[in-house]
Design a protein around this ligand. Structure first.
Ligand SMILES: [Mg+2]
Ligand SMILES: [Zn+2]
Length: 190
């Protein structure tokens, strides 16, 4: 039976936003990140990172660096008895990347390609899932995949909240990842 998931933006949602994080030492989870993920792990949600990393295509760092970053994040989470089940990243950009990353792909958020791929790979049910992120592109990505979406005010979120694009609608706008997890756990127990 397919499982519910929580899809998570990385920068500004799980870790402090650094414009194109390019040093592993600069990964800084929020103080509540491990606790929030552990609650989702224990509640039976798959935890899946969905992140645009056009810094690869722009030549700021390579795919191996992105994977090393995720391994370092995993190690920090393990100390808090928490885990991410899978990572998906989009290395492309439609205009500002170098080949082979220069293309209008199906994975760059707000397109839902990464979530759709995760649902196939991991047998996840988008209708029972939620996307959490600090930008409207995250919200749009979740909704396009058939999931609910939460905008958090960390990272770019407080600014984004003041400038919603036409037609943008989140299922909730909350202060941070921990509040979003509380909202998910309350709404799924109804
Ligand atoms: Mg973000
Ligand atoms: Zn892509």
């Amino acid at each position: 039976m397919s499982r519910p998931a929580v899809f998570l933006d990385r920068d500004g949602t799980l870790i402090v936003e650094r414009d194109h994080l390019d040093r592993i030492e600069a990964i800084q989870p929020f103080p509540w990140t491990a606790d929030a993920l552990r609650l989702l792990n224990r509640a039976g949600y798959a935890t899946v990172v969905i992140t645009n990393q056009s810094g690869v295509g722009r030549g700021f760092f390579d795919e191996a660096f992105v994977r090393a970053t995720h391994a370092a994040f995993d190690a920090k989470l393990a100390k808090g008895d928490a885990r991410i089940d899978a990572y998906y990243f989009c290395p492309h950009h439609p205009e500002e990347a170098r080949p082979p990353y220069l293309r209008a792909c199906e994975c760059r958020k707000p397109k839902p390609g990464m979530i759709e791929r995760a649902c196939r790979d991991l047998d996840l049910d988008p209708a029972r899932s939620v996307m959490i992120g600090d930008r409207w592109i995250d919200v749009a990505c979740g909704r396009a995949a058939g999931a609910r979406s939460v905008l958090v005010r960390t990272g770019y979120g407080a600014r984004e909240e003041r400038h919603p694009p036409d037609g943008a609608r989140a299922d909730a706008i909350l202060n941070n990842l921990m509040e979003a997890v509380g909202w998910i756990l309350r709404s799924s127990s109804r």
